[in-house]
Design a protein around this ligand. Structure first.
Ligand SMILES: Nc1ncnc2c1ncn2[C@@H]1O[C@H](COP(=O)(O)OP(=O)(O)OP(=O)(O)O)[C@@H](O)[C@H]1O
Ligand SMILES: [Mg+2]
Length: 254
């Protein structure tokens, strides 16, 4: 079985796991190399409990980011199950319909990738505020009337401002689209978007890679807060200081 675990017992011990990964397999077919087959994940298995952070470890190319993308539903898998206790009941992320996956992403699963993929021309504040409005158990924002939507967005922007201030993002940038921001500025918008809505499953792929020490500490605090609110966290942290500060266990890939 791949996915060797070590580390201390977590605060979530005794509760049923929020996420159970079993027998996960994933390969890529390299069409530019004559259809060569690259087996990236094979019989990967581990659990994550609410309030627990599992750090994915393993050398570069072992499939850490691939596994996170499978958990976000961006990549399908060849075999295995990704059993998740969602707010609407149990679901296998590996076989969920696209509609179900979209609903999970709106409410339950947050993903902070290393790079921000923002919609062009949307101001940074709205990139974050929109996530909060979309996650609201009211109808999705498309269905709200204009006045209600404007009120929801105004309240959500206040929350976003609070996060930007914590992450030391210069206020002059808040109303600008992030396309021209520096790597570290874009990453902080991405982090604010990932943390603005409490998630049942929080996926973090190198969330502090472009950040300075002060902002790394803010991210460590945010991860602690998310765990205290009951998030199950699966993270990739090359930064050992961050990993040691937040991870309860390590799962070794490869
Ligand atoms: N979409 C894709 N198509 C083909 N091959 C891919 C694709 N995505 C990833 N790979 C390959 O799968 C392997 C695992 O990649 P992945 O990005 O998951 O590694 P990683 O463990 O996150 O590495 P790193 O620590 O460098 O980020 C690599 O060999 C990569 O080239
Ligand atoms: Mg990676």
């Amino acid at each position: 079985m791949n996915g060797h675990e070590d580390g201390a017992a977590s605060m979530g011990e005794g509760a049923p796991p929020r996420l159970c990964v079993r027998g996960l397999a994933k390969h890529f077919t390299l069409h530019l190399r004559g259809g060569a087959r690259l087996q990236v994940l094979q019989d990967t298995a581990f659990d994550v409990r609410a309030g627990e952070c599992v750090a994915l470890a393993g050398a570069s190319g072992r499939g850490k980011s691939t596994l996170v993308k499978c958990l976000f539903g961006s990549y399908g898998s060849d075999a295995g199950s990704l059993h998740f206790e969602s707010s609407a009941g149990p679901v296998d992320i590996a076989t969920a319909t696209p509609q179900r996956l979209l609903a999970l992403r709106r409410r339950d699963i947050a993903y902070v990738s290393q790079f921000l993929r923002a919609v062009p021309r949307v101001p940074a504040l709205d990139v974050v505020a929109q996530r909060l409005v979309d996650a609201d158990p009211l109808p999705p924002s498309d269905d709200l009337d204009d006045a209600t939507h404007a009120r929801c967005m105004a309240a959500a922007r206040d929350v976003a401002r609070g996060l930007f201030a914590r992450l030391n993002l210069p206020p002059a940038l808040w109303d600008l689209p992030p396309a021209t921001f520096s790597g570290g500025e874009q990453q902080r918008v991405n982090i604010a978007r990932g943390f603005v809505q409490p998630a049942r499953l929080l996926l973090l792929d190198e969330p502090t890679a472009s950040l300075d020490a002060a902002n790394r500490r803010v991210v460590i605090e945010l991860i602690h807060e998310a765990k205290a609110q009951g998030a199950a966290v699966v993270g990739i942290f090359h930064d050992e200081e961050v990993r040691d500060a937040v991870a309860d266990r390590r799962v070794e890939l490869g």
